[in-house]
Design a protein around this ligand. Structure first.
Ligand code: SAM
Length: 289
């Protein structure tokens, strides 16, 4: 076993020896608490059978735990300065491949096909907070062979992902995440567990893929257009926000009659609709696209 990277003293030493400076624009907050990392491994249910994709290994804090618990790990890091550091800190693990790239520019389908013969993988990451949503949507929408995604995100984002209809946190992100997966809240992580400390609490959340009943939608892009429109003007009724923002070719009266066929009140607000109700609504409105 290589010396633990995720301690305040070791992290400081690596940073200083390499004259590394934290880049805010890459969302660099490194974990310095080994308990949090062990809990992430448990939450992700990593075993020696698993192939894991890590996004943003930093100096290798989580990478080390993944390499020690999984069969294979591929870690994708954007920052040029971290690549030689990673070679030094975790280069000794022969089940680890480090890829120097922006994860959003990488062909993940090809990567999974080449490195794991197209078999299902798990994703584990302390995500860079500035691109949490684009990364998650890329992982979910493309329907890669992924069984679960265990990620550290801002607490407020984790709350939105798992929010129930009618709650203040429920929005387009909740519907998208819950359309593709079943989110499971794992635990909260305070700022003191990171170097440098972020301003807000973080949370680890696992998205289980392929376990949820996904509602039938006629056209997925149209379904998400309706969802986006329904939340575009939260204070307005669903009929008013859809009329103003969905670009549909129907009158308010026609919209009201669609709501009636779906047993929805004429004054209903979008934020109270479940994922299934959004699917039924989008399917009923499809002729007016
Ligand atoms: N995993 C490390 C840890 O837990 O200590 C570092 C996590 S830090 C929150 C986010 C990491 O993602 C940084 O190392 C950052 O350079 C990297 N990163 C940021 N944007 C990225 C991108 N588009 N593709 C790949 N890595 C990225």
């Amino acid at each position: 076993m290589i010396e633990r990277i995720a301690t305040p003293s070791k992290t400081k030493e690596i940073i200083e020896q390499n004259a590394f400076y934290f880049k805010k624009n890459y969302g660099q907050n490194f974990l310095i608490d080994a308990n949090v990392l062990q809990n992430m491994i448990s939450a992700a249910d990593i075993s020696d059978q698993d192939f894991v994709l890590e996004i943003g290994p930093g100096i290798g804090s989580l990478t080390q735990f993944l390499a020690e618990n999984a069969k294979n790990v591929v870690a994708v890091e954007i920052d040029d300065h971290l690549i030689p550091i990673l070679k030094e800190t975790v280069g000794g693990y022969d089940n680890l491949t480090i890829i120097h790239s922006d994860v959003l520019k990488l062909d993940l389908g090809k990567l999974i096909a080449e490195k794991n013969h197209g078999n299902p993988i798990k994703v584990a990451a302390n995500l860079p907070y500035y691109i949490t949503t684009p990364i998650l949507m890329e992982l979910l929408e493309k329907e890669y062979p992924i069984t679960s995604i265990t990620v550290m995100v801002q607490r407020e984002v984790a709350d939105r992902m798992q929010a129930a209809p009618g709650s203040k946190d429920y929005g387009a992100l909740s519907v998208a995440v819950q359309f593709y997966s079943t989110p499971h809240p794992d635990f909260i992580v305070p700022p003191a567990c990171f170097m440098p400390r972020p301003k807000v609490d973080s949370a680890v959340i696992t998205l289980h893929i392929g376990q949820n009943h996904r509602p039938e939608v006629t056209d997925r892009a149209f379904f998400f257009r309706i969802v986006k429109s329904a939340f575009a003007q939260r204070r307005k009724t669903l009929v008013n926000t859809l009329s103003a923002t969905a670009g549909l070719s129907c009158t308010k009266e026609e919209l009201l009659s669609v709501l009636e066929t779906l047993h929805l009140s004429p004054t209903v607000r979008g934020e109270t609709l479940s994922v299934e109700q959004f699917a039924s609504l989008a399917n009923a409105l499809y002729p007016y696209r």
